[in-house]
Design a protein around this ligand. Structure first.
Ligand SMILES: *[C@@H]1O[C@H](CO)[C@@H](O)[C@H](O)[C@H]1NC(C)=O
Ligand SMILES: *[C@@H]1O[C@H](CO)[C@@H](O)[C@H](O)[C@H]1NC(C)=O
Length: 377
């Protein structure tokens, strides 16, 4: 009898193992089509397969920057972080300084942050952004920084990210009007405090890299719509373009001569933009060409702009050209170049900011320049 019992339990064990194996095989089959092939690979950041699926990757060495920082309601460095569903089809991350709302009679400006990643990769929750923007929220004396979870290409090519940036402004309008619909999903106290501290007539757009292009594009959309009062009482008081992704089909001298970095290579410029721009549009279009971008807003009311450029950025030359073209079109642009051996989005490389004196100094100056720009507008 003991032998029977042994056989029975052994049999049961085999049945269970077989069931688990079958389950594993089924899930693997469902997740990956064995016939699919890689049709596009963008510099270790993104892979597009023949069956249309997209895989986002972190190249070796970039893991600390793409680590997700979850939101937190217990202040760290005087700031809390909240992920909020807006009701306009877009989620936002709110950096809320504790100091906001301390003096109820002094309302503070608001920053709307548009992240980079060539329209194809990266999230507001990455440590890359968190480690710069959370302290910035405390340092600038703003009511808060609203960072937009932008839809990503190639699933969502431009103008999807422009629509999302505009949707964030519509959400700010809702917050300005109060109303219970904007205080949903467990963040009511935070959003209410933000709403009471915010001066909605002083909203600034700020964006890194391709997010800098979005500052231009979202401001242009808002400028078109300010007349009919769609956004009232929200008003754009300025735009801050940090190392924007302006480029042309014909490579500029800085693209040929400046060294590539982990955050920007010539291959990334070509491949990410090819996947991010609308179908049939290349770099010589209004989204990335300095001259065409400026021409497209010639008759649009644009807020004053601060254009930050790094001396060793691959896109240094087209960025300066954008500043000149905008001035030529009669727009207010203040261009500031960070000198020395600093490259594309150097201020987001928190290891370099901690360990390299020049990067630390240039980052401090960049923050100071942003603060002065906001205080003046
Ligand atoms: C893979 O390709 C073969 C031959 O073309 C086909 O019979 C099979 O159904 C394909 N498998 C999947 C999962 O699409
Ligand atoms: C950085 O700034 C400090 C203080 O202003 C200065 O003493 C130092 O020389 C600067 N270092 C570099 C590399 O710019």
């Amino acid at each position: 009898m003991p032998e029977m019992g042994f056989q029975r339990s052994w049999g049961t064990f085999l049945v269970v193992v077989a069931a688990i194996m079958a389950r594993l095989v089924a899930t693997t089959m469902a997740q990956t089509n064995p016939n699919r092939t890689v049709v596009e690979e963008a510099a270790g950041w993104l892979r597009v397969y023949s069956d249309g699926t997209v895989e986002r990757l972190t190249p070796p060495g970039a893991e600390p920057f793409t680590a997700i920082v979850p939101p937190y309601a217990e202040p760290r460095g005087g700031v809390t972080v909240h992920d909020i569903t807006t009701g306009h089809g877009v989620d936002v991350r709110l950096y809320l300084p504790e100091a906001a709302g301390e003096s109820p009679h002094r309302r503070r400006p608001v920053l709307v942050h548009l992240h980079g990643g060539g329209f194809c990769v990266s999230r507001p929750s990455w440590a890359l952004y968190h480690n710069f923007y959370a302290p910035l929220a405390a340092e600038l004396g703003v009511a808060g920084i609203v960072s937009v979870y932008l839809p990503l290409a190639p699933e969502h090519r431009l103008p999807a990210a422009i629509d999302a940036g505009h949707a964030a402004l519509l959400w700010l309008r809702d917050v300005a009007h109060g109303g219970s619909n904007v205080y949903g999903d467990g963040h009511s106290a935070a959003v209410e405090r933000f709403g009471h501290a915010a001066d909605f007539s002083r909203v600034f757009l700020i964006g890194d890299s391709s997010g800098g292009n979005l500052v231009h594009l979202v401001a242009a959309r808002a400028g078109d719509e300010e007349k009919p009062g769609v956004l009232h009482p929200v008003k754009l008081a300025g735009g801050v373009l940090l190392h924007p992704g302006f480029a042309r089909e014909q490579k500029s001298r800085s693209e040929l001569e400046n060294p590539p970095s982990m955050f920007l290579t010539p291959e990334m410029i070509d491949k990410l933009l090819a996947l991010g721009l609308p179908m049939g549009v290349n770099k010589d279009g209004p989204y990335t060409s300095p001259e065409l971008a400026a021409m497209a807003v010639a008759h649009v009311r644009m807020p004053p702009l601060l254009l930050m450029v790094a001396e060793k950025d691959l896109l240094h030359d087209p960025q300066l050209d954008y500043g000149k073209a905008m001035e030529h079109a009669g727009k207010k642009v203040e261009t500031v170049v960070s000198r020395g051996d600093v490259a594309h989005i150097f201020y987001l490389n928190f290891f370099a900011v901690q360990s390299d004196q020049l990067t630390a100094n240039r980052t401090k100056e960049l923050v100071h320049t942003i603060k002065c720009f906001i205080d003046r507008h």
